[in-house]
Design a protein around this ligand. Sequence first.
Ligand SMILES: NC(=O)c1ccc[n+]([C@@H]2O[C@H](COP(=O)([O-])OP(=O)(O)OC[C@H]3O[C@@H](n4cnc5c(N)ncnc54)[C@H](O)[C@@H]3O)[C@@H](O)[C@H]2O)c1
Length: 346
Amino acid sequence: MRKLKIGIIGTGAITGKHADAIAEIENAELVALCSSSPERAKAAQEKFGIDTYADVSAFLTHPELDIVCICTASGHHLEAGLLAAKAGKHLLIEKPIEINLNRADQLIEVCEENSVKLGVIFQNRFSADYLKLKVAVKEGRFGKLLMGNAHVNWYRAPEYYGNSPWKGTLEGDGGGAFMNQGIHTFDLLLDVMGDVKSVFAKVKTALHSIEGEDLGVAIVTFGNKALGNITASTALYPGLPERLEIFGKNGSAVLEAGKLVQWSIQGEESEPISTGKNSGTGAADPMAIGHALHKTQWEHFLNAVEKNGPVLVEGKMARKSVELIRAIYKSSELEKEVELPFIDHT
Ligand SMILES: NC(=O)c1ccc[n+]([C@@H]2O[C@H](COP(=O)([O-])OP(=O)(O)OC[C@H]3O[C@@H](n4cnc5c(N)ncnc54)[C@H](O)[C@@H]3O)[C@@H](O)[C@H]2O)c1
């Protein structure tokens, strides 16, 4: 069996989760790393013991690379992605795909033009409890959907922003709690509830010394006429487990930190609701998550590359959560309801 050879660009906090996940997969091997800082590149070489580069173009000359995984600051996924796709490498990019729609679209286009796969890491899509909820909704067991809510009321200590200077900046992070933290649960909300028709939102910076928001609320109207409310924050100590709440005419379900904690369907007998397998919550500490769901998403992506099959969270799907958040920011700025599809002029 030929192993698919992987290189990672970016050697920050999340890179270790990918390295741990890849190390546990039989048909995959991490062969190269790239860091924009020579010191980090050297530290990564010592830690992982593999070829390490301080320059993306040099990294892409590695003779074995099949797949490039991008783990740089969110607002710098594009530059690395363009070079890697043009070099014919498949791309698995950390969330968000990019920080605005113009940049996301360039990534989607370059991958199409160069016939390479594009996947975006949203590991919570692979939690067993989430999949159970999604299947039940799609089978109509909850009936017509009435309301879908996403709450990511988290806390980050000030050092979180101090240690990664791009976090909470408009250029590096594209915003704050919505674009960086909330996006995981918004992605699930969109996957279950379908497309959004309009949003009315208010976001603000309440606690941290950052450019982006650390507190916000949004009222959502979905295309299927269901309503929803969204909250996200990194200012709410101690940080509560994130929640996805789905209400249909026949019942309701709540996923908390990736586990089902509520499941009631009229006319159906009660059943044990949680299968238990998830990756924990980043409610108070971003690195408190395990790598199990990253591993599951990697296995899925490797299979798609090997068999030339579909990618589950491909570029256009990952674009939807960015579109929602960009519309939320615009609504807050204009103090009025904003319709989707959203035209992003940035
Ligand atoms: N899936 C998840 O649960 C999860 C969790 C954390 C982070 N992430 C995502 O992973 C990515 C990295 O986050 P992190 O927490 O590891 O950040 P980090 O600050 O720990 O590391 C960022 C990396 O990007 C590099 N970098 C910074 N600015 C750059 C630039 N201008 N050009 C090129 N490289 C640059 C840094 O050198 C570093 O290697 C982000 O997109 C983030 O949203 C995902």
